[in-house]
Design a protein around this ligand. Structure first.
Ligand SMILES: Cc1cc2nc3c(=O)[nH]c(=O)nc-3n(C[C@H](O)[C@H](O)[C@H](O)COP(=O)(O)OP(=O)(O)OC[C@H]3O[C@@H](n4cnc5c(N)ncnc54)[C@H](O)[C@@H]3O)c2cc1C
Ligand code: SF4
Length: 470
């Protein structure tokens, strides 16, 4: 039986940002085991096979109309993400004290700020240079992407609430990534322009202190007298146990609670409050303004419906302005480009009706139950038809068409939530399990509330924070 200083489960954002920070301070002789369930599947392999992973992740989804996409393999779902990297707003972490709903996070924006900055540097984020909706201690590492025609009009009308979207899609080529050229098929970027663990963080796993085991599935965390002692895992059909002083779980918000349940580390809230944002696509036909000249897939980011007293009644919303035609261009002669597509993304209020559990029929799989988003999110969505004509008045609007409500954002959140009280949360503000004090749980599973913002920059910053607190 082998002994390690630390065992990390998963190689997605959560684990890789933690490893980045941990290695910078670890002893030269440190022994780190990383267990990754999937294969390497290089970017070249993905392009050749038109596939993001050679292993399909299996779950028992009891509400299949609601999808929870994620990918198994080295780099995790960084292979598939679209690389939108907004921070959360300070009030997102204080919903209870500011607006009387949800709960407050145990960590403040000010505590997280330096780690946001560090995560943005690692991802080489491109973002606005003329202000920011949230406080920042440093400028973005890369200059902003180019606006399209509709963005420019919205920026003139809402100078303090409309910005270039911060993205980890290269505005300037890096050593490992090409310049983003707005082809808009970012799930599998042909140019390898978006940040992934595979293109920018693979070097961490070549460190001589790191022993990366691919196709090694963690089965359970072993504990003794309230301490984690090791991890049981399976490779090539054989079960092993590796011993350790510290276990770091970064398997995402479906598999984090599932593995804790398999390890019998139970809690009334474990697996509960599964949630993500709810979004509505809107198509706007424009009169006399050509669109789609921006330099990346999503260019504009609107905060006009985000923070404010309305949050005590209905959900906050962030607006994305797409720079690629989502379904079609216009057919009228001379008007092909006179259209824009926007996504209005609302926060949800987590509910205990939505959860991850061990499937009774297939105990080797997690069961996903998501009954619905909250009435709070729905009230936000319901405000849109009345609000849009005034909100979009700075554009020469010919026609507004409400398109579909999206059935997934790909953001899996809130199943091992963080908090100060061990009765109402699974981990503390340093992401340490309240009962098993040498078990760290990373990723958006720790989010106690939602925020309209995409989660990955925040979960990456939290991994850097957690490594720093050890
Ligand atoms: C299509 C799509 C687009 C997205 N776009 C954005 C975006 O623009 N912006 C944004 O912020 N977020 C986006 N996301 C969400 C983002 O991808 C996730 O928030 C992020 O990947 C979560 O990181 P993670 O490390 O916690 O989990 P993952 O990236 O899912 O990594 C989990 C890792 O754990 C491994 N693993 C799981 N179980 C085991 C086990 N038992 N043993 C060993 N290893 C295991 C997996 O193989 C994987 O490597 C998107 C997601 C999708 C699907
Ligand atoms: S817009 Fe194109 S080049 Fe840029 S990240 Fe997406 S797919 Fe890659």
């Amino acid at each position: 039986m082998e002994n390690f200083d630390i065992i990390i489960i998963g190689t997605g954002f959560a684990s890789s940002f933690f490893l980045h920070s941990y290695l910078s301070r670890a002893d030269k002789k440190a022994r780190i085991l990383v267990l990754e369930r999937g294969k390497d599947d290089s970017h070249a392999w993905q392009l050749q096979n038109k596939s993001l992973s050679s292993i399909i992740s299996k779950t028992v989804n009891l509400t299949p109309a609601k999808r929870w996409p994620h990918y198994i393999g080295f780099g995790g779902t960084s292979r598939a993400w679209v690389a939108c990297t907004p921070r959360m707003m300070p009030n997102d972490l204080q919903l209870k004290s500011k607006y009387g709903i949800g709960v407050d996070w145990p960590i403040t924006y000010d505590e997280l700020e330096p780690y946001y900055t560090e995560a943005e540097i690692i991802m080489a984020v491109s973002g606005p240079s003329d202000g920011s909706p949230f406080p920042r201690s440093q400028p973005y590492p890369q200059p902003p992407h180019r606006f399209n025609g509709s963005d420019k009009l919205l920026k003139q009308a809402y100078p303090d609430l409309y910005f270039q979207q911060p993205v980890a899609r290269a505005r300037i080529a890096t050593n490992n990534r090409a310049l983003c050229c707005a082809t808009g098929v970012c799930n599998l970027c042909p140019a390898d322009a978006k940040f992934t663990v595979q293109n920018e963080m693979a070097y961490l796993y070549q460190d001589p202190r790191v022993n990366l085991l691919l196709e090694a599935e963690a089965l359970a965390i072993e504990t003794e007298a309230g301490q984690a002692t090791g991890v049981r895992y399976k490779k090539a059909g054989v079960e092993y146990v590796a011993k350790t002083n510290l276990v770091v779980l970064g398997a995402n918000a479906i598999f984090n609670p599932y593995l804790l349940q398999k390890s019998n580390l139970l809690h009334p809230l474990l697996g509960k409050r599964l949630h993500e944002q709810v979004s509505q696509y809107v198509r706007i036909d424009l009169d006399g303004v050509d669109n789609f000249q921006g330099s990346t897939m999503i260019t504009g980011h609107g905060y006009m419906l985000y923070d404010g007293s309305h949050r005590s009644k209905h959900a906050a919303c962030i607006i994305e302005n797409f720079n690629v035609p989502l379904s079609t261009l216009r057919v009228e002669r001379g008007k092909w480009l006179q259209r824009c597509y926007m996504k209005f993304i609302f926060e949800d209020l987590p509910s205990e009706d939505n959860y991850i559990a061990i499937s009774e029929k297939s105990p080797n799989l997690p069961k996903i139950v998501h009954k619905n988003h909250s009435a709070y999110a729905q009230r936000g969505l319901d405000t849109l038809p009345a609000i849009l004509p005034k909100l979009l008045a700075p554009l020469p609007v010919e026609n507004i068409t409400m398109l579909h409500v999206n059935n997934t954002e790909g953001h899996i959140q809130g199943t091992t939530i963080m908090g100060n009280d061990p009765k109402t949360s699974i981990v503390d503000k340093n992401l340490l399990h309240h009962q098993v004090r040498n078990l760290l749980i990373l990723g958006s599973s720790v989010f106690p509330t939602c925020s309209p913002a995409n989660p990955t920059l925040t979960l990456s910053a939290l991994s850097l924070w957690a490594a720093d607190q050890l």
